[in-house]
Design a protein around this ligand. Sequence first.
Ligand code: F6P
Length: 328
Amino acid sequence: MEAKTIKKIGVLTSGGDAPGMNAAIRAVVRAGFYYNLEMYGIYRGYEGMIQNDIKKLDSKNITHVLERGGTFLKSARSEDFRTAEGRKKAYNNLQNHGIDALVVIGGDGSLTGAHLFYQEYGIPSIGLPGTIDNDLSGTDSTIGFDTACNTAIEAIDKIRDTATSHDRLFFVEVMGRDAGFIAINAGIGSAAAAILIPENKTPIENLVDKLKSRSKAMKTSNIVIVAEGGKSGSAQEIADKVKKFLPYYDIKVTILGHLQRGGAPTSFDRLLASKLGVAAVEGLMQGKYDVMAGMINNKVVFTPIVKAIVDDKAVDEEDLRVANILST
Ligand code: F6P
């Protein structure tokens, strides 16, 4: 596509926040300044675009944000942006500010919004993969995934201490709506007895057999990682079913929940967010629109947004095989 001249870029974060979003915003804004562009922060995602919560950014806005979790632009899941009327309001507000390009940082829902908006109004836009779930194609890792996995592992290590002291069986529920990436990573990293992911249905009998064989092997604690939203049920539901088969087990359930979304980003996420932030601005200047900038084999790759959101990223079968070997 022939590149349009871009003078003012708006940047927003949308959907569930992810550690590293601030680092990405900072990189986008810094790169914009480097190329003498005006940079605008759109607050509270698409909601702020509709409500005209848009402010010109200067370098003070992005001082000491790289290392902070959350997103200083705030985030929201906007119902109004799903309507044509909401998107029209948003477009009018961008026009009034003279914003001629967008960088949208978020997960699949947010990038779907960016694609729709581009189709309707043709404003040059680029998406950055910002979600702890890692469920976007076109990038090996999404911004926030590495930090979330580290947070989950740190928490599970603590659960392991008390599980071992009491010879208990713990079911730990991790985030990752409809995607087992956090579960697999945290499960392997914390020596889990089993990992239950939304992509696969694990028959309860198989799980019970595995726990029985581990008990014969004199394992003093067992931790089963359950990804939320799985076909086999929530951690509590699975725990209740297992209890019927193994009544002698002292079973506890912990839901890690939103603590996985917070905290300072890891060095991996800082680097990823920084590189992709610069790539987004340079991509827009080169006429790369309606694409997501991702990192594959340590190289920036631009993937059409429709491909990044539609191609369901499959979990790595090799990871599952390794997890199985290590948990017997
Ligand atoms: O998409 C990120 C995510 O944290 C999912 O893992 C989780 O299912 C969802 O967001 C929770 O969303 P909310 O914070 O709106 O409850």
